[in-house]
Ligand binder design. Structure first.
Ligand SMILES: [Zn+2]
Length: 345
């Protein structure tokens, strides 16, 4: 069995784990990103520290090679070939940061005895190499493709429904980056040309409907115009709703909350209809917190919309929930390390 280390860099936390070539994670570590303390070099040092802690925890037989490969998923526009963060909404001020170089410089400083934990034994250092970095949603897509809901397919798309709506595309078993690394922005598929404004500045993007913040805003807007709902119990004192509260109300049969999820599903289905026509993937995998609303509230309306709108063959695209949950980032990053053809040094 081979092992590599997957690192999932977020604006708040760095999650890392030792991952086997069959996708099992062991020795997890979560550290604060500490982005407010310093710039990219401080973040690079935190990533190296997370790697060090994973290795120290790792069972001896899981780290018996002298060279250990690491993969990294990072938010924003990532230039995968050069290991550069072009821009990241989570790291204000970062512009064309050679993060892979920075992390490799920090990893080179680490000294971890190859037989850590064994007293008086010979010390032989590991060589730690960050082999690759990609956009976090691309990395999650790769994780689902190799070891999650995408196993057995050649071409998939993935949507993550979180604060925003992320996307990733695998075509013929390869992540598709486009000509300038911006492919897969599925959350900015237009679902209503005159619709709600999106954070990107455009009008009517899927994200403006299916992102968590937008689901909450749409619910508040319906309450403000006087629609009846049990959610007024929460909002009557001026408190903001959470997507989970809206989902729970929908599961309890609240008509307004059910309507919100049916609409959300419909907009996702509209976007997936375009995506199915453009790419003809075998499967669309939907993950992120909002996907927890489940089959009846969310997935059935999505499938109904695709069935209604798509031509017969693209309409055969399967639509399923992601399997790996929050682990997709770590698993995908480790797969990136395994699959990188040449080290980025
Ligand atoms: Zn947009």
């Amino acid at each position: 069995m081979r092992y590599s280390i997957g690192v999932d860099l977020g604006g708040t936390d760095i999650k890392a784990g030792l991952v086997s070539s069959v996708g099992d994670i062991s020795c997890r570590v979560i550290l604060p990103t500490d982005v407010e303390i310093g710039g990219p070099k401080v973040v690079a040092a935190r990533i190296a520290e997370a790697v060090r802690q994973v290795l120290v925890k790792a069972p001896e037989n899981h780290r018996d090679t002298s060279e250990i490969w690491i993969g990294l998923g990072a938010p924003g526009l990532i230039i995968a070939e050069t290991g550069v963060v072009h821009f990241s909404p989570n790291f204000p001020g970062w512009s064309d940061i050679p993060l892979v170089d920075y992390v490799n410089a920090e990893l080179a400083k680490l000294s971890i005895p190859k037989d850590a934990g064994k007293p008086n034994s010979q010390i032989e250092n590991y060589k730690l190499i960050l082999k690759g970095m990609d956009n976090d949603v691309n990395v999650m897509t790769l994780g689902e493709f190799r070891h999650g809901a995408g196993v057995g397919y050649e071409s998939i798309v993935a949507l993550t429904l979180g604060t925003g709506v992320g996307g990733g595309v695998v075509i013929d078993e390869k992540l598709y980056h486009g000509s300038q690394n911006t492919a897969g922005e599925l959350g900015h598929t237009i679902v209503d040309p005159n619709g709600r404004y999106c954070g990107c500045g455009n009008q009517g993007c899927l994200e403006a409907y299916a992102g968590a913040k937008n689901i909450v805003e749409r619910t508040h807007a319906k309450i403000e115009i006087g629609q009846q709902t049990i959610l007024t119990e929460v909002t009557k004192d001026g408190e903001s709703l959470t997507p989970r509260q809206i989902a729970e109300a929908a599961q309890a049969g609240d008509r307004l909350a059910m309507e919100i999820f049916a609409e959300t599903g419909r907009y996702i289905g509209i976007a997936l209809t375009s995506i199915a026509h453009i790419l003809n993937p075998q499967i669309a995998i939907i993950g992120g917190g909002i996907a927890e609303a489940g089959e009846k509230l969310l997935f059935e309306p999505i499938r109904a919309e695709l069935a209604k709108r798509a031509m017969d063959i693209p309409a055969q695209m399967k639509i399923v929930k992601a399997h790996l949950g929050n682990d997709a980032g770590i698993v995908g990053a480790a797969m990136l390390a395994f699959e990188s053809q040449k080290p980025v040094l």
